[in-house]
Ligand binder design. Structure first.
Ligand code: GLN
Length: 334
């Protein structure tokens, strides 16, 4: 039976968090080792609830680490494009915070795991979709509805150009994935209309769902995810293009919500094992951020039951430990 992050695994000595990434040769060797080590894992299934995603080859497997000095270490299918899906959520949240001010975005969307009191019985009864923070669909569609612009075209441009600045290259939408999801996303349309009823939608709900579906269909590579993550690790400056995309005080807040809910109902397991803010997407991407050090992007389409890339989880755990990235890892001073 597939146990995912519940499976104890000796990945080798776990290094504690140091001020920077290990030397380039060490990073390159561990990236290679991670690819070899998990290349044979066949657990998980490729997502098919968006019909176009079912065409993915389960064998595709790419890894990239990008350091805050702009250096990258890639292996496998790290340049193969796939749709960003939910990994767009933290980056769009970041852009909206930058445009509106973090306080307003926070008040409009929320940043809690459940948004309910510590002793709430309702929190147990409610499922993830009703949780409002920018990492799950309800909060993410609300975030998209806050994108500045006089019309849908302008809002979409704000998002596509903003995500492109994070990646350091012009990103484009996958038309087939967009059309496929737009034809089957009744559930997201329902969420947006329900939020509209509760006064938590900030433009027309159908328009917001459409732009959200477009943002999820933007194509990226594992290499792009690593650079996008490294931008959040570098106080908001893209370490490759040197462009400032975000103010440093926004970065730390975006990373906080990613740590809270980036891997849905598996966020606790993720933080326990990996100790980094991260975000997964249903096309098989995962991004993890080591503040002050760099970003990690993994692409492998087979997913576990929570919708997280199986190899992506294993690779991030391995590299977090071997590269000393876990934010909670310390050793006695002496
Ligand atoms: N576009 C997808 C959806 O809204 C994104 C989901 C995901 O990547 N987990 O259903």
């Amino acid at each position: 039976m597939y146990e995912g992050l519940h499976a104890e695994e000796a990945v080798g000595p776990a290094a504690v968090s140091t001020g920077q990434l290990p030397p380039p040769g060490v990073v390159a060797a561990f990236v290679r080792e991670a690819h070899e080590r998990y290349g044979e894992v066949t657990d998980g299934t490729v997502a098919d609830y968006i019909p176009a995603l079912a065409k993915a080859d389960p064998a595709w497997f790419g890894i990239c680490v990008a350091g805050v000095s702009g250096e990258t270490f890639a292996i496998g299918e790290a340049a193969l494009p796939f749709s960003i899906q939910s990994i767009s959520k933290p980056f769009v949240f970041a852009l909206v915070c930058e445009a509106l001010g973090g306080g307003r975005a926070r008040a409009a969307i929320g940043v809690n795991a459940t948004g309910l009191p510590f002793n709430s019985v309702m929190a147990i009864e409610l499922n993830g979709e009703r949780t409002v923070n920018p990492m799950v669909n309800a909060g993410a569609i609300a975030t998209t509805s806050l994108a500045p612009g006089a019309n849908a075209e302008e809002r979409w441009r704000f998002i596509r150009e903003g995500l492109s600045r994070f990646a350091g290259r012009e990103l484009a939408m996958d038309e087939e994935v967009y059309a496929s999801e737009a034809a089957t996303n009744q559930r997201n349309q329902g969420i947006a209309r329900l939020l509209h009823g509760y006064g938590r939608m900030y433009c027309d709900p159908d328009e917001a769902t459409d732009i959200y579906t477009r943002q999820c269909a933007i194509n990226v590579t594992a290499g792009d995810l690593a650079v996008m993550g490294a931008t959040l690790a570098d106080g908001g400056v893209n370490p490759v293009t040197k462009e400032r995309v975000l103010e440093p005080e926004r970065c730390r807040r975006v990373l906080a919500v990613m740590a809270t809910a980036g891997l849905y109902e598996q966020s606790g397991d993720w933080l326990y094992e990996i100790g980094l803010p991260g975000k997964s997407g249903v096309a098989g991407g995962i991004v993890a951020i080591a503040p002050g050090k760099g970003g990690l992007g993994v692409f492998s389409p087979p997913l576990d039951a929570a919708g997280n890339s199986v190899r992506g989880l294993l690779v991030t755990r391995f590299l977090s430990e071997r590269l000393g990235l876990n934010l909670f890892a310390s050793a006695p001073a002496g």
